[in-house]
Design a protein around this ligand. Structure first.
Ligand code: SF4
Length: 365
């Protein structure tokens, strides 16, 4: 039996943030109902034989913007169709403005054991500038409720936001530590084409954002959040199992609009068009990616070296056919200030994370 992760995309939000180009938007209750019917059909058509499901992740969009029974029914459906691991991690992304105690209770009863809040910043002026609907206090109130039912709470923050200072970033991280959040993802803002932020002419100051990241990493470490991927930090034992699958090229299936899958050496993408999806036209592309292909090898290196565990040299040789120690012997010696080899794994030292992309290119075949 192979382990399998499941991703469920919920493409509904109560507003549109000024930087966002995800497949998400405001739709009527009828569209939401039809979407969940289509989602159930897609899940029911999947052959779960031979798999143990060890993670389920509801992402979006804003999963908390829909009636909680839609979410609990999808979990019941998956349980009825698959072998669920006893320690299955079931996560849901939550936005503070639409999170309620009633939702927390239904989520808990349906088996959800991890919540991931989109905070982005604890500064209300910045939240206004990027079109978020919540304010810092909404987040604090939501986490107070969430702490009554869940241990495993995560929050996303962003770096490089308009008018964001080092103090804002440090205050945000301190708030997360004070509210007992166990996991933090810190992503750099990217300006996407066609978004209101792009149209406003705002440009991210990359150097300043690197400084913000540097400050964030130091404070996170002081509070006991360990970096386990370049943008992800966790208190001991609170790493996100589902996301680790993506970085280690383990198998997952994505259901819903815009969802991606990777299993049986197959990569599959669903349509980004919600109405096509509701009409049953789910898949828009499918390709076979053999493990021994150059593409798989590059992906394994690129994703694995982003994590603090790095990559297993034996797997690299036996599965992907690349003997890194032999092929890049001189390069490894030259880079010894930035990379470490231990227990048959190669991984970046702390200072290696600052020049990660260059290091990865130099270690590629
Ligand atoms: S809540 Fe998330 S998915 Fe929805 S618009 Fe904002 S950033 Fe995009």
């Amino acid at each position: 039996m192979n382990n399998l992760g499941i991703y469920i995309h919920v493409p509904f939000c109560n507003g549109k943030c000024y930087y966002c180009d995800f497949t998400s938007g405001l739709y009527s209750d009828d569209v939401k109902r039809e979407y969940f019917i289509a989602l159930s059909k897609e899940i029911s058509a999947f052959d779960f034989n031979g798999y143990i499901v060890d993670s389920i992740y509801f992402g979006g969009g804003t999963p908390t913007s829909v009636n909680e029974t839609y979410v609990s029914e999808i979990i019941s459906l998956i349980k009825s169709l698959s072998n669920l691991s006893k320690c299955c991690e079931i996560s849901i992304e939550c936005n503070p403005e639409s999170f309620t105690r009633a939702k927390a209770i239904v989520y808990k009863n349906s088996g959800i054991n991890r919540l991931s809040f989109g905070l982005q910043s604890a500064n209300d002026e910045i939240l206004k500038k990027i079109g978020r609907l919540h304010r810092a206090n909404d987040f604090v109130n939501s986490v107070k409720i969430a702490n009554d039912y869940f241990d495993n709470i995560s929050a996303d923050i962003m770096l490089g936001l308009p008018a964001q200072t080092k103090k804002d970033v440090l205050d945000t991280i301190t708030l997360l530590n004070d509210t007992e959040v166990k996991h933090i993802s810190a992503y750099g803002l990217k300006i996407e084409k066609g978004t209101p932020l792009e149209k406003s002419g705002f440009v991210v100051d990359e150097d300043y954002t690197a400084d913000l990241y540097d400050c964030a990493v130091k404070l996170l470490s002081q509070y006991g959040y360990k970096r386990y991927e370049v943008s992800n930090f966790a208190k001991p034992d609170f790493e996100c199992k589902h996301n680790i699958k993506y970085w280690s090229r383990e198998e997952y299936v994505g259901f819903g609009v815009s969802a991606h899958s990777f299993y049986n050496e197959k990569r599959k993408a669903n349509t980004p068009n919600i109405f096509e999806y509701i009409n049953g036209q789910t898949t828009i592309s499918e390709e076979i990616i053999k493990n021994n292909s150059m593409e798989s090898l590059e992906e394994y290196l690129f994703l694995g070296l982003r994590t603090s565990k790095g990559i297993n040299l034996k797997t690299l040789k036996e599965v992907y056919g690349y003997d890194l120690l032999k092929e890049k012997n001189n390069e490894i010696l030259n880079l010894r200030d930035f990379i470490e080899i231990e227990d048959n794994r190669i991984f970046l030292k702390d200072r290696g994370f600052y020049v990660m992309n260059e290091l990865i290119v130099r270690l590629m075949p």
